[in-house]
Design a protein around this ligand. Sequence first.
Ligand SMILES: [Zn+2]
Length: 203
Amino acid sequence: MNARGSLLLIFVLLCGLPAVPQTFTAQCLFVIDGDTMEVSKDGGRIRIRLEGIDCPEKEEPFAQEAKAFATRMAAGKTVTVIEKEQDPYGRTVARVYLDDGRDLSVELLKAGLARYYGRFNSDWLLARLEQDAKEAGVGMWGAPGTSSGSAENRSIVYHGNTGSRVFHAPSCPDYNCKRCTRVFQSRAEAVAAGFRPCGRCRP
Ligand SMILES: [Zn+2]
């Protein structure tokens, strides 16, 4: 710790202030389920519960998809953790940012693989993202029976990037990219329109 850091620490201790939520970089070791992961920091392991969202529990539909999505995004990578609080189970409730700056809570909501969870957070943006995902029928919101407007045999809707002419499946981190405005009801439709499948999500 440098001199300024030491002074700040002494100041905080003297004032008796509660610990300031920390921001730190860590290595994501593995994802336990969509909203829980273990990271390594200073040789130790910390269990992180993502703030603001709730992914389907094991046994529930889309639990595996949520886990696979979070694993693809974060596992084995360096992440930035912004602590919010400790939950009653001793987990650190935090927002996790990927190395490209994306917020994992936001990405899970956009993919329809998480619900907005207001207990730790009153972020209107997250609530809005959940609503958008429901309206778009992506992820769990497209499953029969979970959305009032969805057809019984709803097919997967693909998004095509009008710039690169690449199309993505709903599970892709790039599904709702800025230029992903073309909508295809089937893979064949996308290919016929001259779009090629994304190498990442392999639609
Ligand atoms: Zn993709």
